[in-house]
Design a binder for this molecule. Structure first.
Ligand SMILES: Nc1ncnc2c1ncn2[C@@H]1O[C@H](COP(=O)(O)OP(=O)(O)OP(=O)(O)O)[C@@H](O)[C@H]1O
Ligand SMILES: [Mg+2]
Length: 134
């Protein structure tokens, strides 16, 4: 299977962060990128719940994992809202504001599409399907 894509909706509540991580781990079992992918999706899912309308009662978000021969595309589509994803400059006093900075450090590239009706925050990682057993 050289290229594939799977997407799944999750309820916009905290237990879905663990479920989204599991979704990614299951899809990427054996790949060296699994830990980075799990962390990125966890940060983006947390942000969708905390900072977008996905976190309102009845809200949801969509996680997509798309594999190409040497690249992995991860996206979290939320239900929008007034604020936009942005990287805060690191400050030793401020609590929080480090999630997207971590995503941008781990990813080859990342970005945001959309507007206050729904935003996709995406990241690209290098991808090898599986580590050779020997
Ligand atoms: N999906 C999103 N929708 C709207 N705004 C967002 C979204 N993701 C992030 N943001 C905005 O970008 C800011 C930076 O996000 P980031 O994840 O770096 O920090 P944080 O969520 O505030 O704190 P931390 O992730 O360190 O707990 C957020 O405070 C929020 O204002
Ligand atoms: Mg965050």
């Amino acid at each position: 299977m050289s290229a594939w894509r799977f997407s799944r909706y999750f309820l916009g509540s905290p237990p879905s962060i663990t479920e989204a991580r599991r979704f990614v781990t299951t899809l990427l079992q054996g790949s060296p990128s699994v830990d980075e992918a799990e962390l990125i999706v966890s940060e983006l899912a947390t942000n969708a719940i905390r900072h977008s309308a996905s976190g309102r009662f009845g809200g949801r978000f969509l996680v997509t994992v798309q594999a190409h021969p040497d690249r992995l595309w991860l996206g979290v589509l939320d239900e929008g809202g007034p604020s936009s994803p942005q990287i805060f400059c690191p400050s030793s006093e401020a609590e929080g504001g480090r999630g997207l900075l971590a995503v941008s450090t781990l990813a080859l590239d990342w970005g945001v599409w959309g507007d206050d009706t729904g935003r996709t925050v995406w990241a690209v990682l290098p991808y090898q399907p599986q580590t050779a057993p020997c």
